[in-house]
Write a protein that binds this ligand. Structure first.
Ligand code: ADP
Ligand code: MG
Length: 258
């Protein structure tokens, strides 16, 4: 059995599409028959809610995975989507930065739990909107990071701060951390600023930016309140097709770099 490809979905800015990407890229990969696990590493638990896991079913959570002896296997819950499982989170996780601040090896807690896992194809880590201990755990555990970027005025400045953190993680705990790709999200082709930012991102970052662009699509924003990925909620919507294209491009890149 092979080891999973571990991808942290990170951007310290909130509301840029991290959780939406974790859920829907995960669902698109699962739809293609891959075994996928999403780790909800945000105390807001949006990935858990969006995948239909109510609070009372979150018995063992990502907090337990980090802070106790519980294994990944023990913390997994099934979702309505075949091949897609989740480590849920609850608001407990909000205290993790403080509670774990003196734990030895505190940035490696997640890596210690998932580095030797077999029988899963992809682990997607849905990071919180901060560059704190949880996101560091994600980056230290991951092979690569996928960065959703909303095309707006300060987006590229935020990105350079994120890339500085990636360099720091490379110098310390994870020298092989790669950039999986930058994903333009909530794109609006009637908005000139959005188009300009996207053009700037492609000029400066060239091939790191996925060809696939996720459009602003109301079905994507409605799906979480129906507790399912958009691929199930409205399977032929623009949002669904965009995330299916992303999954294809993502898999294609795995082949190129394998
Ligand atoms: P993050 O995890 O980075 O904070 P989310 O994925 O939760 O961001 O997205 C923020 C909000 O925007 C959510 O309400 C989500 O449903 C909505 N959203 C995300 N992507 C899109 C999109 N492409 N089109 C429309 N709404 C979107
Ligand atoms: Mg989120």
């Amino acid at each position: 059995m092979s080891k999973p490809r571990i991808v942290a979905i990170a951007n310290q800015k909130g509301g840029v599409g991290k959780t939406t990407t974790a859920i829907n890229l995960g669902a698109a990969l699962a739809e293609l028959g891959h075994s996928v696990v999403i780790i909800d590493l945000d105390s807001q638990g949006n990935a858990s809610t969006g995948l239909g896991i109510p609070a009372e079913e979150r018995v063992l959570t990502s907090f337990d995975l980090l802070a106790t002896d519980e294994t990944l296997e023990a913390c997994l819950v099934s979702t309505e989507v075949e091949n897609l499982r989740l480590v849920p989170s609850t608001s407990d996780l909000a205290s993790a930065d403080v509670q774990l601040s003196t734990t030895p090896g505190r940035t490696q807690l997640l890596r210690n739990k998932i580095a030797d896992i077999q029988g899963i194809d992809f682990i997607l880590i849905d990071c919180p909107p901060a560059l704190g201990l949880l996101t560091l755990n994600g980056m230290v555990a991951a092979h690569s990071i996928l960065v959703p970027l909303q095309a707006e005025f300060y987006a590229l400045e935020g990105l350079s701060q994120l890339l500085t953190t990636v360099r720091e993680v490379r110098q310390s705990a994870n020298p092989d951390l790669r950039i999986e790709g930058i994903l333009m999200t909530m794109s609006d082709n009637r908005n000139n600023l959005s188009q300009q930012v996207e053009a700037d991102a492609r000029n400066t970052l060239s091939d790191l930016v996925y060809k696939t662009v996720i459009p602003r699509n109301v079905r994507l924003s409605e799906a979480p309140s129906h507790a399912m990925p958009v691929l199930r909620y409205d399977t032929t919507s623009k949002g669904s097709n965009a995330y299916r294209s992303l999954a294809q491009e993502f898999l294609q890149r795995q082949l190129v770099t394998a």
